[in-house]
Design a protein around this ligand. Structure first.
Ligand code: AP5
Ligand code: MG
Length: 218
C-alpha cells in the first residue's frame, strides 16, 4: 500500500470518516488540515494571520495556501521522520495546493508514494449529511444524529457531542459553493493526469465505501 494517501471530496463526502478508519486499521497517521485549523481556536493568543484564517473558515471560505503549507508541511515533516504512512484528509483544496504538495513530496524523495482517493457524492447529499453531523469532543468520533431527537453523547465513549460552527446551513451553502464538485474538478483532473487518482462511490454505506477504498489500495 502507498505511504501517502490523499483523500479528496466535497464537504460531507466522508473524507474524515474514511480517512480515520483507514489510518486506524493500517496504523497510518491521520492528518486533517481542518482539524489542525480548528485546534487553533483553543489557543489563548492568536496572531493576526491565524485570526483572519479562522474567520474565513467560519464563513465557509478556504484558509490561505501559504498558511496551509506552514501547518501541513511541518506536521508532515515530523510524521515522515517517524517513518509512518500518512492519510491526508481534506489537505488539498485547489490546483495550486495540489502542485505544491507534489513539489514537497518530491523534495522528500516520496513522489512515488502518493495516491489520491476521491470519495464522490453529489453536492445535495453533502447538505443533507452535514445537518446531522456531530463530533465527539473527547474521542473525535464523527457521528450522524437523529435530527428529530438528536443524541448529545458519543455512542463510543460517552463524551459530549458537538456541532461544528461551519455546519450551520448558511455556511454549508457557502462551503458547497467554494468546495463543491465544480470547484474540486481541476484538482481531480490534475491527479487523474498523473495517473494516481481513484474514485469511489461515496453514497454507499460507510462500511461499503471502506471496502471500495481498500480494493483500490491493496
Ligand atoms: P474540513 O474539516 O476538512 O471540512 P470539509 O472539507 O468541509 O469536510 P467535512 O469535514 O465537512 O466533511 P468530510 O468529508 O470529512 O465528511 P465526514 O466524514 O465528517 O475543513 C474545514 C475547513 O477548513 C474548510 O471548509 C476550509 O475552510 C478549511 N481548510 C481545511 N483544509 C484546507 C486547505 N488545505 N486549504 C484551505 N482551507 C482549508 O462525514 C460527514 C457526515 O456524513 C458525518 O455525519 C458522517 O457520519 C456521515 N457519513 C460519512 N460517510 C457516510 C456514508 N457513506 N453514508 C452516510 N453518512 C455518511
Ligand atoms: Mg472532515
Amino acid at each position: 500500500m502507498k505511504k501517502i494517501i490523499i483523500f479528496l471530496g466535497v464537504p460531507g463526502s466522508g473524507k474524515g470518516t474514511q480517512a480515520k478508519n483507514l489510518a486506524r486499521k493500517y496504523y497510518y497517521s491521520h492528518l486533517s488540515t481542518g482539524d489542525l485549523l480548528r485546534a487553533l481556536e483553543k489557543k489563548s493568543k492568536l496572531s493576526a494571520e491565524e485570526k483572519l484564517n479562522l474567520e474565513n473558515i467560519r464563513n465557509g471560505q478556504l484558509a490561505s495556501d501559504e498558511f496551509i503549507y506552514k501547518l501541513a508541511f511541518s506536521a508532515l515533516e515530523s510524521l515522515f521522520k517517524k517513518g509512518e504512512g500518512v492519510v491526508l484528509d481534506g489537505a488539498v483544496r485547489n490546483l495550486a495546493q495540489a502542485k505544491e504538495y507534489q513539489k514537497f513530496f518530491e523534495s522528500k524523495g516520496k513522489i512515488n508514494d502518493v495516491l489520491a482517493i476521491e470519495v464522490a457524492i453529489p453536492d445535495k447529499e453533502s447538505f443533507k449529511r452535514l445537518a446531522g453531523r456531530r463530533m465527539c469532543s473527547q474521542c473525535g468520533e464523527i457521528l450522524t444524529v437523529n435530527l428529530k431527537n438528536p443524541e448529545t453523547v458519543c455512542s463510543k465513549c460517552g463524551g459530549k457531542l458537538e456541532m461544528r460552527a461551519d455546519d450551520a446551513p448558511e455556511v454549508v451553502m457557502k462551503r458547497i459553493d467554494v468546495q463543491g464538485n465544480r470547484a474540486i474538478a481541476p484538482i481531480l483532473e490534475y491527479y487523474r493526469k498523473l495517473g494516481i487518482l481513484h474514485t469511489v462511490d461515496g453514497t454507499k454505506s460507510i462500511a461499503d465505501v471502506f471496502k471500495l477504498i481498500e480494493k483500490k489500495l491493496l
